[in-house]
Design a protein around this ligand. Structure first.
Ligand code: I3P
Length: 109
């Protein structure tokens, strides 16, 4: 699965709140492949073309949990992704249908 997702980091690896300055929203082209959600700066790229920054933004979603971010009301179609290493991301999809589809696919892994 792939598509545009806009990301906000809410908590870092240790579960601590992401500090100010790194809490902004950022648009990515997301590609879910195997157990990894790649967040790429530009449009679709094959594996070989992934740059270092893209790999840094990749999220392992094994044992991660995606839910509807019902407690976040500033933007629509936002899902909450909690990873197994206690990071928390808010991910805004372009539509409710897309949001539900991402939640379903992430939780299936
Ligand atoms: C953050 C940025 C986010 C905002 C966040 C700010 O600043 O303005 O858009 O979240 O508020 O800290 P920075 O880019 O300097 O990290 P919202 O869009 O959800 O308001 P927050 O600290 O209340 O999460």
């Amino acid at each position: 699965k792939h598509g545009v997702l806009t990301r906000k980091s809410h908590a870092d690896m240790d579960g601590k709140r992401t500090p100010r300055g790194r809490r902004g929203w950022k648009k990515f082209y997301a590609v879910l492949k195997g157990m990894i959600l790649y967040l790429q700066k530009d449009e679709y790229k094959a594996d070989a073309e992934l740059c270092e920054g893209d790999l840094k933004n990749a999220v392992r979603i094994h044992h991660a949990l995606a839910t509807c971010a019902t407690d976040y009301s500033k933007r629509p179609n936002v899902l909450k992704l909690k990873t197994s290493d206690w990071r928390v991301f808010l991910l805004q999809a372009p539509s409710e249908e897309e949001m539900m589809s991402w939640i379903f696919r992430i939780n299936l892994v």
